[in-house]
Design a protein around this ligand. Structure first.
Ligand code: E4P
Length: 217
């Protein structure tokens, strides 16, 4: 399972990279705004800064909602760095743009996916990644993890190569459950990744080992 971090915060991206388990980064316009990154030049520079920290794929989202605009923006983003993945919204023109980029060998991430049918369309359009938002489904009393399971089932039925990128991951158990269900990738906050480290018996055990070592030396 690949681990992506879902942030535009360079310090957190660096911290996850230093842990040695990071496979990529996802961003979105809200995450960029949260870091105060505004204006096209600053946004483009920030994507390059992110690519220079990590080795893997970095999703950069288009703002346009029409086909021509998405192609124009996506092509400019793809030129920035070979790690850039074009993130496209799950709307009609987004699917057309996904097909356009996948035919050109440019990686895509179809975002804002909330149903198995949407995920099926994204795979048919050749998406590299499909992003089901599990946390936002949980937020409205719908089972986000069930969507991962349904997409896994459909993709396996037909051998689709589109990778399931579980998005809107909010906490550590989401990561574990997505791994059990066979999600190819998860993207979440640093806190959810670091939560995987924690077990009180590890801390108690380590304290005892160190105490016993001191006694004998
Ligand atoms: C995915 O690519 C999105 O950036 C993200 O996972 C959305 O998460 P949220 O629902 O916590 O905003």
């Amino acid at each position: 399972m690949k681990f992506f971090i879902d942030t535009a915060n360079l310090d957190q991206i660096q911290e996850a990279q230093d842990l040695g388990v990071l496979d990529g980064v996802t961003t979105n316009p809200s995450l960029m705004a949260k870091e105060g990154i505004t204006g096209l030049d600053n946004i483009l520079k920030h994507y390059v800064d992110i690519c220079n920290i990590v080795d893997g794929d970095v999703s950069a989202e288009v703002i346009s909602t029409d086909f021509e605009g998405m192609i124009r923006e996506g092509e400019a983003l793809a030129e920035l760095h070979d790690q850039i993945v074009i993130k496209l919204p799950m709307i009609k023109d987004g699917i057309k743009a996904c097909k356009y980029f996948s035919d050109k060998g440019i990686k895509t991430n179809v975002t804002l996916v909330f149903s198995p049918g949407q995920a099926l369309l994204a795979a048919k359009a050749g998406a590299t990644y499909v992003s089901p938002f599990i946390g936002r489904l949980d937020d409205i009393s719908t089972d986000g993890l069930n969507l991962i399971s349904e997409i896994r089932h459909i993709y396996d039925n037909y051998g689709f190569e589109t990778q399931i990128l579980a998005a809107s991951v909010r906490h550590t158990m989401h990561i574990i459950d997505c791994a059990k269900l066979g999600s190819d990738v998860m993207t979440g906050p640093l806190s959810a990744i670091e939560g995987l480290l924690k077990h009180p018996l590890t801390d108690i055990g380590l304290a005892k080992f160190l105490e016993d070592y001191k006694k004998g030396n």
